[in-house]
Design a protein around this ligand. Sequence first.
Ligand SMILES: N[C@@H](CCC(=O)N[C@@H](CS)C(=O)NCC(=O)O)C(=O)O
Length: 331
Amino acid sequence: MGLLINGQWHDQWYDTSKTDGAFQREDAAIRHWITADGSAGPSGDAGFKAESGRYHLYVSLACPWAHRTLIFRELKGLQEHISVSVVSPDMLSQGWEFDTEHPDPRFRSNGDELFNSRYLHQIYTRHKPDYSGRVTVPVLWDKQRNCIVSNESSEIIRMFNSAFDQITGNSLDFYPQALRADIDAINERIYHRVNNGVYKAGFATAADKYEAAVSTLFAELDQLDTLLAGQRWLVNDALGQSHLTEADWRLFTTLVRFDAVYFGHFKCNLQLIRDYPALSRWMKRLQKLPGVMDTVNLDHIKRHYYFSHDTINPTRIVPVGPRAGFLPGAL
Ligand SMILES: N[C@@H](CCC(=O)N[C@@H](CS)C(=O)NCC(=O)O)C(=O)O
């Protein structure tokens, strides 16, 4: 695992020395937007018009951020309009890799159908030869302009939510105008305390930073369980009607990994999600929706974290369990 500096790959783990052992996530750097008519979005350049077949998504099935984009591609009926490359779960000295010959067939990448690259960092240097920064998934690539549109999942799901509606005829809206302030507010809380909270616990290199992250994380999970005991989805409208929104999907991709990985590997072990009654019921509701379980791959999830993070798990032994039926919302 590493990063690019002036287009050169450096194998380097996260540096927590300047933050007293706390993990700090870098902001995503490439922030253009696909829009229905190609006009500029909230950031970046204009010229990325929604068109069938024009864009390609690079994901890892292990990654909770990339998982959001796969769910939106599924729910918004974009499968035949946006192609996908899945990297192998092992993120080693060269970072994310398109390993089409992995010894375990479950972990073979379907390859980079655009350029036949070996490593994801080659996509970043194709975008910008002197690119500096971390090489993360998801990446949304424009085949026409030959560049990355965005490497920020929270923005990619917003593009998928509406930009292609005229092409797909799918007008499901997970970020409706009237609920935006409430969605933004709960997203903000959940991002810091849960989505990134598990990483702050897992990647901390000082006990106090780990302990603080865990206590914030579980305080938030307790609150969310209470909230969901009284309502179907995370956000209600002014009339008390509950709406399935992007806030639910953003929480889902973290919690679906929780009992299998974050509880053990990231030491977030005050309680399992399956022991939160309302969160478990909510998970089941989401997992029942068509197409959702096609995006969940527990083999990739377990393999990635336990095998790639050798600073946390130096033996690289991947746990056998848990059994599928053990997980929250198991169907
Ligand atoms: N802000 C980004 C974060 C993406 C991210 O951090 N992805 C992880 C995988 S779970 C990654 O690729 N990490 C590689 C690295 O940091 O070097 C997003 O939400 O899209």
